[in-house]
Design a protein around this ligand. Structure first.
Ligand code: DX5
Ligand code: ZN
Length: 225
């Protein structure tokens, strides 16, 4: 059975007790901690910046999956890497210098991810599949936690799965936005390797059971493809 990773997004955390919440996500079996960075320009919201990434780095040994929803990410990549990011994901729509920015991440010895908004055609990722460690397909419009999953994005996940399977490089396929227990099997079936879930996990009193159940449902659907 293909192992699927679960990456809880701390966008829905209670930041007053972030240390406790991250510890509970780690104890609950999270594979990555997904950190959503927003600049109020690329998306209509401001969230987490470098100091929070630094703080999270000190309280967990899990890989930090930093999702940059910011314009011209190349200006800030080194700051997020110094703060402790293990994987830095930038958006296809965020800079004309995509390859240069992705190379800068890899040259720092970290993993590079490429994200696509729901309305962005999968072809825009095509040439770069060999240059990245992860492709992130947004399943909501970025900017806010707790939005509803957009069903039309499933076809994109399937298309990217096929593109990755045909490519000699095998970046992980991550999906992000509106994913919960009641729809996670659709993403497993479409071929996702990494499931981001914010409100679907953090709204529960106990994180361990929901993390395991998300993984089990996704893995079952993935195996039945
Ligand atoms: C959206 C973020 C997502 C989001 C996930 O802009 O990139 O990571 O926080 O949260 P839920 O699972 O609540 O949609
Ligand atoms: Zn995200």
């Amino acid at each position: 059975m293909t192992k699927i990773k679960i990456a809880p997004s701390i966008l829905s955390a209670d930041f007053g007790v972030l240390r406790d919440q991250v510890a509970r996500l780690e104890a609950g079996g999270a594979d990555y901690i997904h950190i959503d960075v927003m600049d109020g320009v690329f998306v209509p919201n401001i969230s987490i910046g470098i100091p929070i990434v630094e703080a999270v780095r000190k309280i967990t040994t899990l890989p930090l999956d930093v999702h940059l929803m910011i314009t011209r990410p190349e200006n800030l990549i080194s700051g997020f890497i110094q703060a402790g990011a293990d994987l830095v994901t930038i958006h296809v729509e965020s800079t004309p210098n995509l390859h240069r920015a992705l190379s800068a991440i890899r040259q720092s010895g970290k993993k590079a991810g490429l994200a696509l908004n729901p309305g962005t055609p999968v072809l825009l990722a095509g040439e770069l599949l060999g240059e990245v460690d992860l492709v992130l397909v947004m399943t909501v419009n970025p900017g806010f936690g707790g939005q509803s999953f957009l069903p039309f994005t499933l076809e994109k996940v399937k298309k990217i799965r096929e593109m990755i399977d045909r490519s000699p490089a095998r970046p992980e396929l991550e999906v992000d936005g509106g994913i919960k227990l009641d729809n996670v099997q659709l993403l497993g079936q479409a071929g996702a390797d990494v499931i981001v879930s914010g409100s679907g996990i953090m709204s529960k009193a106990d994180y361990g059971p929901v993390i395991s159940e998300l993984r089990t449902r996704a893995e079952k659907a993935r195996s039945a493809r």
